[in-house]
Design a protein. Structure first.
Length: 270
């Protein structure tokens, strides 16, 4: 469906033009015209999707994105990417946002669909403060790489709709599989929907709550692996993650590091 967003939009416009001209012939004619359209256009007419525009409608994908998993930073050089998963969470996400703001750093937030739906205020704040959105599926099933394609599609696209709607129509630019459980199919589904598959280079293991000092130490020791750093703002008590992020950002600056976003349209750099 979303792969055909552009065409759906065209057909939807045509369908509504036809609808307007047919309106003179009565409501029956209008309903007949819409029901007679192809499945995509009919769905577009009844159920708003990315191909439909309007104040509360998500924007359609603007660029083609590769299916390859991104790790590199758009800015290249010594830039790093801060990525924060499993939220939004009313307790931890605002604290992460405060720290990012204090340090003038932009990050990528990989969100769980139902949590985004539950906390649209947090999603809107993430967007308003210049961060980017990432789809982290509906239920965080780390075994989804062994599930049917239809299930993967539902996990990805249902969450995408929830995050987009919660944000007020901001484009979700990345897709990160739970636990890194990507498949060729899930990467294709995400890319077709305008979301670049997103990996990581530095796993802080903050999810296991090893202590803030250990999280900071992991960043320092694994940074040579590459620029994309993984933190969490949901899925449990993330107080250690908050403390670690507060220490890590100034340290990165002291190292001469700058901050960027993961590559979206470019091939991943080695
Ligand atoms: Zn996760």
């Amino acid at each position: 469906m979303r792969r055909m967003g552009k065409y759906t939009a065209h057909v939807a416009v045509l369908a509504s033009a036809v609808g307007i001209s047919l309106a003179a012939w009565g409501a029956t004619a209008l309903v007949g015209a819409e029901d007679g359209s192809d499945g995509g256009a009919a769905a577009g007419a009844r159920t708003p999707d990315r191909g439909t525009t309007g104040p509360d409608r998500p924007a359609k994908p603007t660029v083609r994105v590769p299916e390859g998993i991104a790790h590199a930073a758009e800015a290249g050089g010594r830039a790093v990417n801060i990525t924060i998963d499993d939220g939004p969470d009313p307790r931890w996400t605002p604290q992460m946002l405060d720290i990012l703001k204090e340090n003038d750093v932009k990050a990528v937030f990989c969100m769980i669909g139902p949590q985004a739906k539950r906390h649209p205020d947090l999603v809107k704040r993430v967007v308003a403060e210049g961060h980017r959105l990432c789809d982290h599926t509906m239920t965080h099933d780390t075994t989804m790489d062994r599930k049917p394609v239809a299930y993967q599609k539902q996990q990805i696209l249902d969450a995408l709709r929830m995050i987009e709607e919660a944000s007020g129509g901001t484009e979700v630019q990345y897709y990160r599989a739970p636990g890194g459980a990507f498949t060729p199919d899930s990467r294709k589904i995400a890319a077709a929907a305008g979301m670049r598959p997103l990996g990581w280079n530095v796993d802080t293991k903050d999810f296991e709550r090893p202590g803030a000092a250990a999280i900071v130490a992991t960043v320092k020791s694994e940074l040579p692996n590459g620029p994309t750093i993984l933190f969490h703002d949901g899925g449990g008590d993330r107080s250690q993650s908050v403390t670690a992020l507060r220490e890590v950002l100034p340290w990165l600056k002291e190292q001469g590091r700058t901050f960027s976003f993961p590559v979206r349209t470019a091939p991943d750099a080695p």
